[in-house]
Design a protein around this ligand. Structure first.
Ligand code: XMP
Length: 509
């Protein structure tokens, strides 16, 4: 089914901000799609975007292997905004000149917007922008005007308004550029003629139609973990094809306290078939005596696939649904420079499959859009705003050997910790307890104890790639610690992890 929304294509030239650009465009209510920089012109013509944005990248246009484009791109008649390397590429391809900076600019730089431009509507003349470049446009191609400058960059923005070609040396997509989103909004609405027709209600309507068209009368099977993606995937499938969906929840016994029941409850009463596979014993048997973190992960991953295959084999001839989201698609598809238009870049069906096709309702959405969709579909807020939880579950938070007894100690302590943080209205990005394999001496009443050390972790992060430890108030830590040692048998000491990522990771294993 053709896409009904206006689209802006983000052509990737290796910049770390490609996803951010695409998200910002969507925040402006315009659909965006990331494609590799070398996407054929023919493909772009077929997509017929209302605008094209060229991303930045770490290259120099004069390097032999740097990504290039052709003049034809600029002759499509589609408005184009070049950002950073995208600006240099525009200048270079159209006959301008790019040179190495005498003074490279990194960081937020005072920037003067010298001329009126549809791009600058509502922006202050004196502003700041995030710069990160070692090359600059020294001479513009014919027909271009300079629009802005900084102390060390004479042409910080340029336009050829007749051809609707615009470029900025700075990064409007990041927060550190003042009014950067406004600039992007101006490009979309003042230059590209955006209508702002991309919204969640429309997405739901279109996607439901698409799912129905794809699936017909067939059954669909979905592996449900209780995480945000698979839960939202289940919710939209249930709306689209009620009574044709089976959700298989493999309970590996390493979920948090009451979590399995909560997941089951969230989907009870819906028009779907919920299958909970109690596989705790199977997993614990496989894990007995294993202490090495990578081995634990491998065993759990393999066993998971086996259990899911056994259960889903009862549904041969069905579609398989997956909660693949856009960043998964982008990351797996663009690294090779391949064009992302094929639908088999991520998680394609294996050759010997018993399924007849793959349904991926979320594959065009970013994580925050997935959450917004979940809310629109009326999914329980606990599921929608759920913190990331590793696939191997508590296995990687139970240092050393995994036994049911040790998992129960961890579950009880973790539940107290989470309860106290939430009741103190502290909503950090991720927080959990870790049971160490270390015992220390303690004293309880008149007796000596020799029990486990329990670690507490709480981090603040926006992307989980880097993180800072949360500054939990001491009184809350006091309460958590005292409740855990008093209420959880087996723990005699509580410690708080005050390490950022890097150098530590968020999880302990
Ligand atoms: P680390 O520990 O690498 O974790 O700093 C970064 C984020 O990823 C989560 N995580 C996982 N998620 N399967 C997952 O789905 C895994 O095996 C896994 N390991 C770590 C972690 O909770 C954190 O949010």
């Amino acid at each position: 089914m053709a896409n009904k929304n206006q689209t802006v294509v983000v052509l990737d030239f290796g910049g770390q901000y490609k996803e951010l650009i695409a998200r910002r465009v969507r925040e402006c209510k315009v659909r965006s799609q990331i494609l590799a920089g070398n996407t054929p012109i023919e493909t772009l013509r077929e997509i017929a975007p209302i605008g094209i944005i060229l991303t930045g990248g770490p290259h120099s246009v004069y390097e032999e292997n740097s990504p290039h484009t052709t003049k034809e791109l600029f002759e499509l008649g589609i408005p184009i905004l070049g950002i950073c390397y995208g600006m240099q590429l525009m200048a270079y391809t159209l006959g301008g000149e790019v040179r190495s900076c005498q003074v490279s600019e990194y960081g937020t730089i005072d920037t003067t917007l010298d001329k009126h431009s549809p791009l600058f509507e509502g922006l202050d003349k004196e502003t700041v922008s995030l710069m990160s470049h070692t090359d600059y446009v020294a001479k513009m191609p014919e027909g271009f005007n300079a629009l802005a400058h900084t102390r060390d960059c004479p042409i910080a923005a340029m336009e050829n308004s007749e051809r609707r070609l615009y470029a900025v040396q700075f990064h409007p997509e990041v927060e550190r550029t003042k009014n950067g989103t406004k600039l992007l909004n101006n490009f979309l609405y003042n230059v590209c003629g955006a209508l702002g027709d991309y919204n969640m209600d429309d997405f739901i309507k279109n996607e439901i139609e698409r799912i129905r068209e794809q699936v017909g009368d067939h059954q669909v099977v979905l592996g449900l973990s209780g995480g945000v993606d698979s839960s939202v995937c289940a919710a939209i499938l249930e709306k689209a094809i009620p009574n044709q969906l089976t959700c298989i929840f493999v309970d590996h016994g390493m979920m948090r306290k009451n979590e399995g029941d909560e997941i089951e409850e969230a989907f009870a009463g819906k028009s779907l078939n919920f299958v909970r596979v109690d596989a705790e014993k199977r997993f614990l048997t496989k894990l007995a005596g294993v202490t090495e973190p990578e081995r634990k992960r491998k065993i759990i991953g393999e066993e998971f696939v086996r259990v899911f295959e056994e259960e889903s084999s009862k549904f041969a001839g069905s579609f398989l649904a997956q909660g693949t989201i856009y960043p998964d698609v982008v990351e797996s598809g663009l690294t090779t420079g391949a064009v992302i238009k094929s639908h088999h870049n991520v998680g394609g069906l294996p050759k010997d499959t018993k399924f007849i096709g793959l349904v991926e309702p979320l594959r065009s959405l970013f994580k925050d859009e997935v959450r917004a969709l979940g809310r629109k579909l009326g999914l329980d807020e606990r599921l929608v705003s759920r913190q990331p939880f590793p696939g191997p579950g508590l296995a990687v938070r139970c240092i050393g050997e995994i036994t049911k007894e040790r998992l129960d100690i961890l579950r009880d302590a973790d539940a107290i910790y989470r309860y106290e943080l939430e009741h103190a209205d502290l909503h950090y990005s991720q927080y959990f307890a870790v049971l160490t394999d270390m015992r220390t001496v303690g004293v309880m009443g008149d007796g000596r104890t020799y029990n486990y050390v329990l670690g507490l972790r709480a981090v603040v992060t926006s992307d989980f790639m880097t993180a800072e430890y949360a500054h939990i108030p001491y009184d809350v830590l006091d309460r958590v610690s005292s409740r855990i040692v008093n209420e959880v048998k087996g723990v005699s000491r509580v410690v708080y992890d005050v390490t950022g990522k890097p150098p530590a990771t968020i999880e302990w294993e």
